[in-house]
Design a protein around this ligand. Structure first.
Ligand code: GMT
Length: 377
C-alpha cells in the first residue's frame, strides 16, 4: 500500500510510535509518506528505502497573527494524496491531524480519502474533554473511516466520553526489540555512576502529568538507604521545579540531567530501574522501551500502564502520588541485583510476547484493508 502518515515530529510517544510504524511498514514492502511539520526525530538518522518526507511549509504572512498550520497541513495532505496516488492517510491524534485529513478529503470530492485515526491519550483525556474542543474531537472520531486507541483503557475512556457510533479498535503500541536491548554498543555506564551504584532513570517530556517532582521525592527516599544515582532524560515545563526540589531535598549532586537525547536506548540500557509516577498515561511507551532493555519499572497504576507493566513481575505499581510505596519498591530493586535481573528478563519476555512489531504491525495492516473496504461502501 501507499500510506500517508501524519504525527507530531517532536519528542513524544505518539511521534515515536508513528515513526516506528512507518519504518516497519516500509520494511514489509509498503511505501510511506510522512506529511509533517518536520522530519520526526526517530527518522532523522538513517536513510530508509520506501520512506518519503513531505514537509508542511508555511510562508510568514503579516495578515496572520497565528499562521494556520492545520489548513496548510490539509492542503499538503490533499496534494500528496493525489500526486503520490496514496491509498490512505493514517493520522496520529484527532486534533488537529484527523480534522486536517477530513478537510483534505472534502477537497477531493466526490472521492473520499480513507482516514485511519489513532488516539494516543491526551487528545481524549485532556483536549477532548476541554469543552471548546469536545465537539470537534467527537466529529473527527465519527468521521474517520477507522479509529484506533493505544490501550484498552483509552478505548474505554473514549467510549465513555464520546459514545462513538463506530467501533474503536484497540491496537497496543510496540517496541523495536532489535534496537531496544540490554547489550547496546552506545552504553556508557561508567560515565553516569560508579560500578557499585544503582542507576535510576526517568524519561519524559516533563509535563505536569508526568509528576516529575514525585520522581525526585522517590529518589530522595532511595538515597536515604542507597548510594544511588538518578538520570533524567528529557526537558519540559516541570524541569525547573524538579531542580529546585532536588536542591531542597539535598540530592541535586546525585542527579545527571541529560536533556533531550536522540539515542535514549544508549542510556536506558545501562540503568537499573525506570521511575514513572505519572498522573495519567494512555499507554506508557517509556516503560515498554525500558522493559525491552531489561529495566524493571516502578510506576503508577493508572490508564494503560497496567496493560504494559505486570505488578510484581516486570516491575511494581502503586497508586498515583504514593511516593512512599514507589520508594520502597525502588529500594527493593536497587538492593537486590537478582530481583533486578529477574524482573528485567521478565520485562524483555513480556515485551517480545505482547508488544513485538510482528504482532502489532499486521493489526494496523488489517485495519488499513478495512478502511479501504469501508471507503468503497
Ligand atoms: O505523554 C506525553 O505527554 C506524550 C504523548 C504523545 O503525544 O506522544 O504520549 C501519549 O502517547 C503515547 C504513545 O501512544 C503513550 O505512550 C502515552 O502514554 C501518552 N501520554 C499520555 O497519555 C499522557
Amino acid at each position: 500500500m501507499k500510506i500517508g502518515i501524519t504525527c507530531y515530529p517532536t519528542y513524544g510517544g505518539s511521534g515515536v510510535l508513528a515513526s516506528e510504524l512507518g519504518k516497519f511498514l516500509a520494511k514489509r514492502g509498503h511505501e510511506l509518506h510522512f506529511i509533517t511539520s518536520a522530519i520526526p526525530y526517530r527518522l532523522q538518522r538513517d536513510f530508509q528505502e520506501r520512506i518519503f518526507f513531505h514537509t508542511v511549509e508555511m510562508d510568514p504572512y503579516p495578515l496572520f497573527e497565528h499562521p494556520p498550520y492545520d489548513l496548510a497541513l490539509a492542503s499538503k495532505m490533499k496534494d500528496v494524496f493525489v500526486s503520490e496516488n496514496l491509498d490512505l492517510l493514517h493520522v496520529h491524534y484527532a486534533i488537529p491531524h484527523a480534522v486536517s485529513a477530513l478537510l483534505a478529503s472534502a477537497l477531493i470530492r466526490p472521492r473520499r480519502i480513507p482516514i485511519v485515526t489513532t488516539l494516543h491519550g491526551t487528545d481524549i483525556t485532556l483536549v477532548g474533554q476541554e469543552k471548546s474542543f469536545f465537539d470537534i474531537t467527537r466529529y473527527s472520531i465519527e468521521e474517520s473511516t477507522v479509529v484506533t486507541a493505544v490501550s484498552d483503557s483509552l478505548k474505554a475512556e473514549t467510549e465513555k466520553v464520546f459514545h462513538p457510533t463506530k467501533p474503536v479498535h484497540r491496537v497496543h503500541n510496540f517496541v523495536d526489540l532489535d534496537l531496544f536491548r540490554r547489550i547496546y554498543k552506545g552504553c556508557h555506564r561508567k560515565s553516569l555512576a560508579r560500578p557499585d551504584q544503582p542507576i535510576y532513570i526517568h524519561v519524559s517530556n516533563f509535563r505536569p502529568v508526568k509528576r516529575v517532582p514525585d520522581v525526585i521525592r522517590i529518589f530522595a527516599k532511595v538515597r536515604e538507604e542507597l548510594d544511588a544515582v538518578l538520570v533524567l532524560v528529557g526537558e519540559g515545563p516541570s524541569l525547573r521545579d524538579a531542580k529546585e526540589l532536588a536542591e531542597q531535598l539535598g540530592v541535586q549532586k546525585h542527579i545527571r540531567y541529560l536533556g533531550k537525547q536522540l539515542d535514549v536506548v544508549g542510556v536506558l540500557a545501562c540503568c537499573d530501574a525506570l521511575l514513572f509516577p505519572s498522573e495519567s498515561e494512555s499507554f506508557g511507551l517509556a516503560p515498554l522501551e525500558a522493559m525491552a532493555c531489561e529495566v524493571p519499572v516502578v510506576a503508577t497504576r493508572t490508564g494503560g500502564i497496567p496493560e504494559v507493566v505486570t505488578h510484581g513481575v516486570t516491575g511494581f505499581l502503586s497508586a498515583v502520588g504514593d511516593v512512599d510505596s514507589m520508594a520502597r519498591d525502588a529500594i527493593k530493586i536497587g538492593k537486590d541485583p537478582a530481583l533486578r535481573a529477574a524482573m528485567g528478563k521478565a520485562g524483555r519476555e513480556a515485551a517480545a510476547k505482547n508488544f513485538h512489531p510482528d504482532i502489532i504491525v499486521p493489526q494496523y495492516e488489517a485495519l488499513y484493508a478495512e478502511a479501504l473496504r469501508l471507503n468503497q461502501e
